[in-house]
Design a protein around this ligand. Structure first.
Ligand SMILES: [Zn+2]
Length: 277
């Protein structure tokens, strides 16, 4: 989502901030809309970036919009899936291919906040979020897993430990790394942590290239509103009962961990022994 909008949003000046006519439950704005307008209009967007699942628009005033898409939110440059679910419009000054960027949200669970630097530290800083998964190394994973009895799959989704791994990607990463999802994190060997680090970066980069997977309800699309293509690249996620693409012997199984589905192959990801380290 960030890579799609960045070239068209970075460096643009916000001419107007507009609330779209939407009859659904309003999304959470903080501070209120009038204050947001007063602080944003006339400001330039100097940087568009991502922190875990949030989209951040940093302004030349040092304020930043922090957008949390949650389940069904999207940042779009054109062609919203439905006009009735557009929520907020940043209209740019000057001429360019795109006049505006919008926040669209079908369910309305997303939030848009305009934060000063101190609030940004609180919300985006290391105290609340683990290292960005896209930049993790084996040393980071060593620190994340060290002494933790938590099953690795559950740990991977804990944003305070490591930020930015969605449920879908956790299954994919563990399958490629040949790690059983129920392995207590502290029992994973250094060699497997190395694979985990490499595959985390590889899978997330691939996912970004596909601009996020189109989930079954089709609402998670990329910035230009073309359906994401990652669902065709899933190796195990949502493929229960299908043949494992690696060993071509076992069938993909589904289990539930912390109320989230996990998909894996019992042959490629054997159950851990009691203790290894
Ligand atoms: Zn397999």
């Amino acid at each position: 989502m960030v890579r799609g909008i960045r070239p068209h949003v970075e460096g643009r000046k916000i001419r107007r901030l507009l609330r779209c006519p939407c009859e659904r439950k309003p999304i959470l704005l903080e501070p209120d809309f009038e204050q947001m307008v007063a602080r944003a209009e006339g400001r330039k967007i100097v940087r568009v970036w991502r922190r875990a699942k949030r989209v951040v628009l940093s302004l030349d005033s040092d304020d930043a919009f922090v957008i949390e898409p949650r389940m069904t939110g999207l940042m779009l440059l054109e062609d919203p899936p439905s006009v009735g679910h557009l929520r907020l419009e940043w209209q740019f000054a000057g001429r360019s291919s795109y006049r505006s960027v919008w926040f669209w949200d079908r369910r309305g669970l997303g939030t848009v906040r305009l934060l000063d630097p101190r609030q940004q530290d609180e919300v985006l800083g290391p105290g609340n979020l683990g290292p960005d998964a896209l930049e993790t190394t084996v040393s980071d994973w060593d620190a994340i897993c060290h002494k933790s009895p938590t099953p690795i799959k559950v740990l991977m989704l804990n944003q305070k430990k490591v930020a930015g791994i969605g449920n879908l990607y956790a299954s994919e990463i563990l399958h490629l790394s040949r790690i059983h999802p129920e392995t207590p994190a502290r029992n994973i060997s250094r060699q497997k942590l190395q694979r985990l680090a490499e595959n985390t970066v590889a899978v997330l980069e691939l996912a970004i290239r596909y601009e996020g997977a189109a989930l079954s309800d089709g609402t998670y699309r990329n910035a230009l509103n073309k359906a994401g293509g990652y669902q065709n690249a899933h190796r195990v996620y949502d493929r229960e009962g299908e043949q494992c693409p690696t060993c071509r012997r076992s069938l993909i199984v589904r289990i539930v961990q912390s109320q989230r589905s996990t998909f894996f192959c019992r042959s490629c990801q054997p159950k851990p022994r009691a203790s290894r380290r």
